[in-house]
Write a protein that binds this ligand. Structure first.
Ligand code: SF4
Length: 555
C-alpha cells in the first residue's frame, strides 16, 4: 500500500500499511486498479472524441468512479470491484465502437494502446483485483523523472477533486461536456511522460476548470434553492428525536426535510451541510432546527453524543464507533460495507429515507454540545451586496486587508494555527472563509468594521467560487490590476483533493504568496516546491505572528 493523497498521510510521507483515514491496504489496491483502468478508458475516450464519438453515460461514470476514490468517500471493497468491472466493460465497448470507425476509414491507432487500455480480467474476483492493484502503487509508476511524477500525481488528485465537483452538480441535473473532455485528456496525458512545463500547464487547466465546476455548482444550487442569505444558526439542541445530516448534498437534505415534516423528527446539519440553513428554499422547514457539532474529524465523538439517526451524503465518512454504528446510514457515492446505504433516485423520484426516519424515532434527543450561534450564507449575491461598502472601507483605511482562510479541517493539532490566526489578526482585517476550516474560528466574536462583519462565511468548499468572483469584482471597483495588487492574502488549509483544485485554481489565476498548510503536500518533492516558490511564491505556514506580519506586508 502507498497512499499520499491527503494532508494526513503518515508522517507527511505516505500511508504504507493502513490509512490514517481508515482505508485498508486491499481497498487502496482496488483504488489503484480502478484509476489504472480509467486511464486506459480515457486513452480510447480522447481518440473517440476526435471521431465524434461521445458516450454521455461513460463520461458520467468516469467522474463518479474517480470521485469514489477521493479521501473519506467510499470504503466498500465490493463497490470498487463493481466499478473496476464496469470500467473494463465500458472501455471495451468504447474501443469496439472506435475500431469500427477506424475500419471504415481503413486506419487504426497511431500508437499502440498502453497496457492500461488492454488489461482484461478473467473473472470478477476481488482477491485477483487486489493482487494486481498491489503492483500498481504510486511509486511503481515513478519512472525516471521524479519531478514529472510529482506533477502527474498532483494532476490526478486535482482531477479527483474536479470529479467530486462534477458529481455534486450532476445529481442536481447540471453538467458540462468540457469537464468530461478534460478528465479524459488529463488521464490520457498521465499515461506518457511530458515536460514539466506541459505537466504544470495541465495542472493549471485543472484549476481553471475546477473553478468553472464550482461556478456550475453555484448555478445549480442557487437556481434550485435560491441565493443564500446571511443566517444565524443555533448550535443548541431541542427535545425531539432527530436526524443529523453531514455532507454537501442539498437535494438529499430537502427530500429528507419533506419526508420528516410533521413526523416529530428534527433535522440538524453537521460539517459542510450547515450552509443549508442559509438557502431560502430551506427556510420553510421548521424541523430544520440547527447545526450540531463541527468538522468531519470530530464526528466519532459528536455522532455518539447526537443519539439519533445519522446520514452521510457526500464524503468525510470515518470508521464508525460501535456506539452509533447501527444508527448510521450512507447515500450517494459514500459507502462502507456493513453500513446501510440509501439507494439513489430512480426516474427522478425522491430517495426513500423511511429506514433512517424509523431509526430516528427509536432514539432519544441529542445531548447538548455547545450553546452558541454561528453565521453563514455570505454567498456570491450577499458578498456583492457588500462590495461597495467594503471598497469604501478599504479606501478609507478602515479595512487594511482581507484574509481568505478557506479549505478543509482535519485532525492535526497544528491546525490550532487557524484559530490563533483568526484571533490574532488586527481588528482592521476581514476574514473570508468557506469549507470546514471555518469551524476553527466561526464561534469567535470577531465583531464588525463600519457594520461589515469581520467574518464572512460563503459556505461549502465549492463556494470558493463566490469568494474569488467577489474579489475579482472588488478588484475592478478598486481599480487594481489583478488579485496580487489587492489587499488580500490567501491562506488555504488543505486536507483532501477538492482543496487541491482550490489551490490549482489560485495558481491558474496567477495568485502569488498563497500559504498552504498545515503541511505542504507530500507529493511535492524539493524540485517542485522550488519551482512553485520561484513562480508563485508558494509558502507553507510559519508562526501566526510571522505570517500575520508577512501577510500585512503583502507577502
Ligand atoms: Fe492516508 Fe490520506 Fe491516503 Fe487515507 S487518503 S490512506 S489518510 S494518505
Amino acid at each position: 500500500m502507498f497512499c499520499y493523497h491527503c494532508q494526513e498521510a503518515k508522517k507527511n510521507k505516505a500511508c504504507d500499511t493502513t490509512g490514517i483515514c481508515g482505508k485498508k491496504a486491499p481497498l487502496s489496491s482496488l483504488h489503484d486498479l480502478l484509476v489504472y483502468v480509467l486511464k486506459g478508458l480515457s486513452f480510447y475516450a480522447v481518440k473517440a472524441r476526435e471521431q465524434g464519438i461521445v458516450q454521455p453515460r461513460l463520461d458520467q461514470f468516469t467522474a463518479q468512479a474517480l470521485y469514489a476514490t477521493v479521501t473519506n468517500v467510499n470504503f466498500d471493497n465490493a463497490e470498487f470491484v463493481r466499478l473496476i468491472s464496469e470500467a473494463v466493460q465500458r472501455r471495451n465497448a468504447l474501443c469496439k465502437e472506435l475500431l469500427a470507425v477506424y475500419q471504415q476509414q481503413d486506419s487504426t491507432f497511431e500508437e499502440n494502446p498502453p497496457e492500461e487500455a488492454l488489461w482484461q480480467y478473467e473473472a470478477i474476483d476481488e482477491a485477483a483485483f487486489i493482487k494486481l492493484g498491489e503492483t500498481l502503487t504510486v511509486p511503481s509508476l515513478e519512472g525516471d523523472n521524479k519531478d514529472y511524477h510529482c506533477l502527474r500525481e498532483t494532476l490526478i488528485y486535482g482531477v479527483k477533486g474536479l470529479a467530486a465537483l462534477i458529481e455534486h452538480s450532476l445529481v442536481l441535473g447540471y453538467e458540462d461536456k468540457a469537464f468530461y473532455d478534460f478528465i479524459h485528456q488529463a488521464l490520457d496525458f498521465s499515461l506518457t511522460e511530458h515536460s514539466l512545463e506541459e505537466a504544470l500547464a495541465m495542472n493549471l487547466r485543472c484549476g481553471e476548470l475546477g473553478l468553472k465546476a464550482m461556478a456550475l455548482l453555484n448555478k445549480a444550487n442557487t437556481e434550485i434553492f435560491g441565493h443564500p442569505v446571511p443566517t444565524k444558526i443555533h448550535t443548541d439542541v431541542w427535545d425531539k428525536p432527530a436526524i443529523l445530516v453531514s455532507g454537501h448534498d442539498l437535494q438529499d437534505i430537502e427530500e429528507l426535510l419533506e419526508q420528516t415534516a410533521g413526523t416529530g423528527i428534527d433535522v440538524y446539519t453537521h460539517g459542510e451541510a450547515v450552509v443549508a440553513h442559509a438557502y431560502p428554499k430551506f427556510k420553510k422547514f421548521f424541523n430544520l432546527v440547527g447545526n450540531y457539532g463541527g468538522a468531519w474529524q470530530d464526528q466519532k465523538n459528536q455522532f455518539a453524543k447526537f443519539n439519533g439517526a445519522l446520514l452521510v451524503t457526500t464524503n468525510s465518512l470515518q470508521q464508525a464507533k460501535k456506539t452509533y454504528l447501527e444508527k448510521l446510514f450512507t447515500t450517494g457515492m459514500v459507502g462502507w460495507d456493513a453500513i446501510p446505504h440509501i439507494a439513489d433516485r430512480k426516474s427522478k423520484q425522491p430517495k426513500n429515507f423511511a429506514a433512517l426516519i424509523e431509526q430516528a424515532k427509536q432514539n432519544p434527543p441529542p445531548t447538548l454540545l455547545t450553546e452558541n450561534t454561528i453565521t453563514t450564507g455570505y454567498g456570491l449575491q450577499s458578498l456583492l451586496a457588500l462590495k461597495d461598502e467594503i471598497a469604501s472601507a478599504i479606501q478609507a483605511g478602515a479595512i487594511k486587508r482581507l484574509i481568505v482562510i478557506a479549505g478543509c479541517d482535519g485532525r492535526h493539532k497544528e491546525r490550532r494555527y487557524y484559530t490563533q490566526l483568526a484571533e490574532s489578526l488586527p481588528e482592521d482585517c476581514v476574514i473570508l472563509t468557506c469549507g470546514e476550516t471555518k469551524y476553527r474560528f466561526n464561534n469567535l466574536e470577531l465583531g464588525e468594521i463600519n457594520g461589515i462583519p469581520r467574518l464572512l462565511d460563503a459556505g461549502q468548499s465549492n463556494d470558493f467560487y463566490a469568494l474569488i468572483t467577489f474579489l475579482q469584482a472588488l478588484q475592478k471597483t478598486l481599480g487594481a490590476a489583478n488579485l496580487n495588487a489587492m489587499p488580500v492574502s490567501f491562506n488555504i488549509a488543505w486536507y483532501e483533493q477538492k482543496t487541491i483544485v482550490m489551490f490549482l485554481a489560485l495558481l491558474d489565476l496567477g495568485v502569488k504568496n498563497v500559504r498552504l498548510g498545515p503541511t505542504l503536500p507530500p507529493f511535492f518533492d524539493e524540485d517542485i516546491l522550488t519551482m512553485l516558490t520561484e513562480k508563485y511564491a508558494l509558502k507553507g505556514i510559519d508562526t501566526v505572528e510571522a505570517d500575520i506580519e508577512a501577510m500585512l506586508a503583502g507577502e
